[in-house]
Design a protein around this ligand. Structure first.
Ligand SMILES: [Ca+2]
Ligand SMILES: [Ca+2]
Ligand SMILES: [Ca+2]
Length: 601
């Protein structure tokens, strides 16, 4: 009984301690400055800043002192509160500095940081520290060093989400030799350079918007991944500039209207420019670049530029408006290149293979067609009142869903509508690729263009009346089971289909001197969950919550997980596992082993 009482007392004490442990420390009352509140704070505390403008000693160069605390406004979710809670560096001082090994448990949330000024990061400087920065507004911050930004992250890792960056000088967000940088749901507006990563490990940009920024993203990293980002009127120089990345993956991104390039040098702007990056994959991207040069340019990329299900319209370079290649190789599938002719420019030592695509002017290759893609609206140029002067023309976006008599997604009305024609690009993609998320009837075959393989893919039309009932065995969805279904099955029958990841490199049990891991993807997998570590069981039993989980990757290629960490000086075994992720299930992979030779890398 006594023992039970003791346990009860222990629980009571523990609860009291945890309640007492998380303290809110309010500024300016009772703490006169933010630094004063931080000085008194313990791990887990919140420093809560009332609306107002904060300047002067204690409210500038604010040092987290290595504490796992949250420094925030009274309500980070309320934009009006964030706008009214201002740390003003007066163009003389930094907002925050983190330099004592802070990690993601150190949080800056819901603040406006303006006119910050520093040698590295004007707004927030992180040296060997990787905080979480969320729902902040970074406005008109600047720095003196070339390697700097409104937020600077050096030798560490950081997560930045739901933040807005406006008019910061040169670089809004700069990461230098950081292990990883994750930027989610951020808006960059009027930045001369929005995001720069120099010698970084993993750089992930998810659902970010770049507006009116001459350079959107410039990276030199192991892996740069852009997912569902939108570049509007950005990239008068480059939307994405990849220089010596090891891998660049751009998925479901949109590049719109970076026109208005002034003469005499209108050939500057390029949506994606890749220099010496060996592996590049662009998938389900829409290039309505509308500038006077091209959508994609690759040079000295001994690769690997793979383009799947992309749509190019309204790009205006005289030669190669869609893609230009110099000493590069490129493979294009399931895409629509419809800028008006001379879609590809091949400079010396370059080659391109195009299959199952619709190319204006035509291109040799299996499954290629040349026919009006029947966009809902192809978009058009307006001459801006000067018909003889093209440099001020304005591109008006269209709607690049494909027309279908069986149903096409109307994004504006958020409903399916029927058209009077059916696009020849429907069910014209590579028949060996599973239609993925395409809604039924999907023809058993992926569509060309940016919506192919997505839930917004236009439906297959087999003649009126439309088929209403799905029958088992009807693979193409025409409400009949016949030779067409058998042909689909036969075409894929001989393909060696595995839904599990296979063919690991380095091979299972082998050894390697580098730090790049690759494998063969499961058939039609959407993404890949990667686990990596030095303990077999820790990898075998790992879930998303485990430390060995290294994230989801959309490409079949993975590398450089331990990029910033030294390899052992003696040979060591490593274990890794890749789970293949499908729309309705995840197929767990085998655990593979390799040893890395000792010595400096
Ligand atoms: Ca004009
Ligand atoms: Ca289809
Ligand atoms: Ca059928």
């Amino acid at each position: 009984m006594k023992r039970e009482k003791n346990i009860l007392l222990w629980i009571l004490l523990a609860v009291t301690a945890s309640v007492a442990g998380a303290v809110e420390r309010h500024v300016p009352d009772p703490y006169p400055t933010i630094q004063a509140a931080i000085n008194d704070a313990n791990d887990g505390d919140h420093v809560v800043i009332a609306p107002g403008t904060y300047t002067g000693p204690g409210n500038r160069d604010i040092d987290f002192l290595g504490k796992a605390i949250t420094v925030r406004s009274t309500n980070p979710a309320d934009e009006a509160v964030v706008e009214a809670t201002i740390i003003d560096g007066q163009d003389l001082y930094r907002g925050f500095i983190l330099q004592n090994g802070e990690d993601a448990n150190s949080v800056i949330a819901g603040l406006t940081i303006t006119r910050g000024y520093g040698f590295y990061g004007g707004g927030i400087e992180c040296q060997d520290a990787g905080p979480t920065i969320e729902r902040c507004r970074m406005i008109h911050c600047s720095f003196t060093n070339y390697f700097g930004g409104s937020i600077y992250v050096g030798y560490s890792a950081a997560t930045v989400r739901h933040c807005a960056f406006t008019g910061n000088s040169r670089c809004a967000l700069y990461c230098y030799r950081c292990d990883h940088l994750t930027v989610e749901d951020c808006v960059f507006e009027g930045e001369s350079k929005a995001v720069t990563a120099n010698s970084a490990g993993l750089v992930q940009l998810i659902r970010c918007t770049f507006r009116d920024s001459p350079v959107g993203v410039a990276t030199r990293s192991c892996r740069t991944i852009l997912t569902e980002c939108c570049f509007e009127r950005s990239g008068s120089a480059y939307c994405v500039l990849s220089e010596r990345d090891r891998q660049l993956t751009v998925t479901r991104c949109t590049f719109i209207g970076n026109s208005k390039l002034p003469p005499p040098n209108p050939a500057q702007g390029t949506a994606i420019r890749v220099t010496s990056t060996p592996f590049v994959r662009l998938a389900q991207c829409l290039f309505l670049v509308g500038n006077f040069t091209r959508a994609v340019y690759g040079e000295y990329a001994d690769m690997g530029l793979q383009v799947d299900n992309c749509t190019f319209v309204g790009n205006r370079a005289g030669s190669g408006p869609a893609i230009g290649l110099d000493s590069s190789r490129c493979r294009i599938r399931n895409s629509i290149l419809w800028d008006g002719g001379h879609e590809i420019e091949l400079r010396p030592e370059s080659e391109v293979e195009i299959t199952y695509s619709n190319v204006f002017g035509g291109w040799p290759g299996v499954g290629n067609i040349v026919v009006d893609p029947c966009f809902v609206d192809p978009g058009h140029w307006e001459d801006n009142g000067t018909p003889d002067y093209p440099y001020d023309d304005i591109w008006v976006n269209g709607d690049y869903h494909l027309k279908s008599q069986a149903g096409r997604w109307d994004a504006a009305a958020a409903q399916w509508v029927l058209d009077d024609v059916t696009s020849p690009c429907i069910d014209a993609g590579d028949p060996m690729i599973f239609p993925l998320l395409e809604p039924w009837p999907d023809g058993g075959r992926i569509n060309m263009g940016v919506y192919g393989g997505t839930a917004e893919a236009s439906r297959s039309f087999f003649g009126a009346p439309l088929c209403q009932v799905r029958i088992p065995g009807d693979l193409n969805g025409d409400c009949k089971i016949d030779m067409a279904d058998l042909a689909l099955m036969a075409a894929n029958w001989t393909a060696a289909v595995s839904f599990q990841a296979t063919d690991p490199q380095p091979p299972d049990g082998g050894s390697t001197d580098n730090f790049t891991l690759t494998w063969q993807s499961g058939h039609g997998a959407l993404s890949h969950d990667v686990y990596f570590g030095s303990d077999f069981e820790a990898v075998q039993d790992a879930t998303h919550e485990s430390p060995t989980y290294r994230g989801s990757v959309p490409t079949p290629l993975v590398s450089c997980y331990e990029f910033m960490k030294p390899w052992p000086t003696t040979p060591q075994d490593y274990f890794w596992r890749v789970d293949e992720v499908y729309p309705t299930m995840t197929i767990k992979g085998a655990v593979w082993r390799f040893s890395r030779n000792g010595g400096p890398r």
